[in-house]
Design a binder for this molecule. Sequence first.
Ligand code: GLN
Length: 306
Amino acid sequence: TPLPDYLARLLAQCDSGDGGQLADYIPELAQADPHKMAIAICTTDGVVYAAGDTDYEFTIQSISKPFAYALALREHGLDAVLRKVGVEPSGEAFNELSLDERTERPLNPMINAGAITTHALLPGSPGAGRAQALQALLERMTGRSLQVDEAVYNSELETAFRNLSLAYMLRNVGAVQGDVSEIVAGYTRQCAIKVNVQDLARMAGILANQGRCPRTREQLFDRKLVRQVLSVMTSCGMYNGAGDWLSRVGIPAKSGVAGGILGALPGQFGVAVFSPKLDEAGNSVRGVRMMERLSGDMGLHVMEAL
Ligand code: GLN
């Protein structure tokens, strides 16, 4: 069957039943339409195949983290970034108040402690400037201009007490410098950039293609950098669901609390799914279901695909 037909069928097969809950610690996300659902694949030739609510926009949330990490690596180099943020899976929730006991660094850049530290390494002025720098990178990757969802941004910022406490903890150990509330505002803004599944698939396609944009042929990141980002996504991208995800789905991936999941299969393609209801680890329930079925149907598990 042609890929578009397959994707449409996959979507229908994974639509049944529900389970999961809308993220409600960000009040605005509790207003999301739980029935929205979409999938997109971007090949290493830059062709995008998609099904479902393919133009529907949602906030990128934690899927911004691997790209902020990539931008920080591009700006400062691997050693400098590693001195600030580790690469060990935490086995804890994404918003856990934790640091590596020995080094006093955040464990990895995919949990909030590490992502806030990474955000502070971005070029641009504190506050909106750093989020703007990341947005510019994402626009280059997707080939279109993106917007910040101001309602989600404001809603999250009004209730960002936990991220503020993380940032104070980071400020206390010297992982970040300067005005803590400005850093949290910038990080929150980075998370509120709006994308659709096709955008995410294109971004994933660049990671799958060793850092070269399949669409423009531009080398956006060098190969070693992409290797680093994909490694961290593999070990830490799905939070405390990372081990379960790796064994069942086997595709380096990153999820976000708005319901998106981005996956990159090196040398093959980028994939993205979306559906707002989440499991306990904060990963999209129907998104995980779609990715698991796609991986099984096509034999994509990295430990299996030869
Ligand atoms: N902006 C969200 C937060 O910091 C991102 C979390 C996520 O997507 N898991 O809590």
